[in-house]
Design a binder for this molecule. Structure first.
Ligand SMILES: Cc1cc2nc3c(=O)[nH]c(=O)nc-3n(C[C@H](O)[C@H](O)[C@H](O)COP(=O)(O)OP(=O)(O)OC[C@H]3O[C@@H](n4cnc5c(N)ncnc54)[C@H](O)[C@@H]3O)c2cc1C
Ligand code: FES
Length: 341
């Protein structure tokens, strides 16, 4: 059997038939940042120190030639060729942290709530053993018409004992999976769910003030992280700023109102970018942030939404003093970007 060894810790994981390098190390519980799982975003870049992998076709944008020559590979799509692969793996990451993902677990749709004209919320109950996951992680779903191109959806609540999971899905114009989930998946349907994936999980030991910035269904992973933090009695201030285009695009306010009343350290704001309403903020988050948070040194910052939203927020929070090591980001990247057909 092929084996992947992590260096310098010397820990090793077995490779199953058809595994990518990422699938094998995740099954071992190791947390490697990843996002698109399709060779397009570059987040899963790791140096292969020994052995050969089949990288397949990936764009230079995700893996520049100079980095390829230094041995870096995108492990979400790279498949082991040699029997022994050695990966450079920081000593701090040497202990397993993740719950091993499982593929095609049957989940029953028990509720379906239109949240905005473009976002539907699905509530799903496991028909088998509940999936164990960290708040902030995501699952993968395959539309029947496109079984080889799963799409990712963030888990929108912290784990619950009964295994219920909540997904918030934005309808993308012309989008195969999101349109199918909106139009064809009804209460009573069974969906094969794979996961959990991702490392947008925060540090359970941290006790810093927290600022969460979300746009659209980017609110999903943020709700999951905040839900978990508040439930476990996080005592530092937690602030959520939700950016929506218009009042019709606002959702989730009932839960946020409940958290505000129940937890004195929680506060939330809504800002509208395309209309003005009294009682709400107005403008894009990077524009309004300096007025609300002039100094973000010492804050842990969580950002989720489209790549453009996330990048603009990162620039803004860094200008206000947030440090790289306290920045956590979940970009909802378009998983088609690297495809050349
Ligand atoms: C880590 C991660 C977590 C995510 N979590 C969520 C979530 O909780 N809720 C949610 O609604 N979405 C989420 N997404 C986005 C989701 O995975 C899909 O990209 C989205 O639903 C579109 O898939 P589709 O099959 O409908 O569109 P496709 O059929 O793949 O694409 C149709 C058209 O839309 C464009 N397109 C595709 N994806 C996007 C995109 N993300 N943004 C803009 N244009 C796009 C394509 O270029 C193409 O022109 C997440 C993505 C990632 C990487
Ligand atoms: S997760 Fe591998 S390139 Fe995006």
């Amino acid at each position: 059997m092929k084996t992947i060894t992590l260096s310098p810790s010397g820990q090793s994981v077995p490779v199953n038939e058809g595994d990518t390098v990422l699938m094998a190390v995740e099954r071992g519980g190791y947390a490697l940042p990843n996002n698109c799982r399709a060779g397009t975003c570059g987040e899963c870049k790791v140096r292969v120190l020994e052995g050969e992998v089949d990288q397949g076709f990936v764009l230079d944008m995700a893996l520049p030639q100079a980095e390829r020559q230094q041995g870096y590979r995108l492990v979400c799509v790279a498949k082991p060729i040699s029997d022994q692969i050695v990966l450079e793996w920081g000593a701090a990451d040497a202990a397993p942290k993740l719950f091993p993902p499982r593929v095609d677990m049957p989940y029953l749709v028990v509720d379906r709530i239109p949240r905005t004209p473009r976002i539907v919320e699905l509530h799903l109950m496991p028909l088998g053993t509940p999936m164990r996951f960290w708040p902030g992680q995501y699952v993968a779903i395959k539309a029947p018409s496109r079984p080889n191109q799963p799409r990712h959806y963030s888990l929108a609540r912290a784990p619950r004992p009964d295994g219920l999971i909540v997904l918030q899905i934005t309808r993308v114009d012309g989008g195969v999976t999101s349109t199918w989930l909106h139009e064809n998946v009804a209460i009573g349907a069974t969906l094969p769910i794979s996961g959990p994936y991702g490392t947008f999980i925060g540090d359970p030991k941290a006790e810093t003030p927290v600022l969460c910035l979300a746009a659209g269904s980017g609110q999903a992973p943020i709700l999951s992280l905040a839900d978990a933090a508040l439930r476990r009695g996080y005592s530092s201030p937690v602030t959520l700023i939700f950016s929506a285009r218009t009042a019709d695009d606002i959702y989730g306010q009932g839960l946020l109102a409940y958290w505000t009343l129940k937890h004195r350290n929680f506060k939330s704001y809504v800002t509208l970018t395309r209309e003005q309403r009294s009682g709400l903020l107005n403008g894009h988050i990077p524009e309004i942030l300096p007025g609300l948070f002039p100094d973000l040194a010492g804050y842990s910052v969580f950002i989720a939404g489209s790549p453009a939203f996330s990048d603009a927020c990162v620039t803004a929070v860094k200008q206000l003093g947030a440090r790289d090591e306290q920045l956590n980001m979940e970009k909802f990247v378009d998983q088609n970007l690297g495809r050349h057909t």
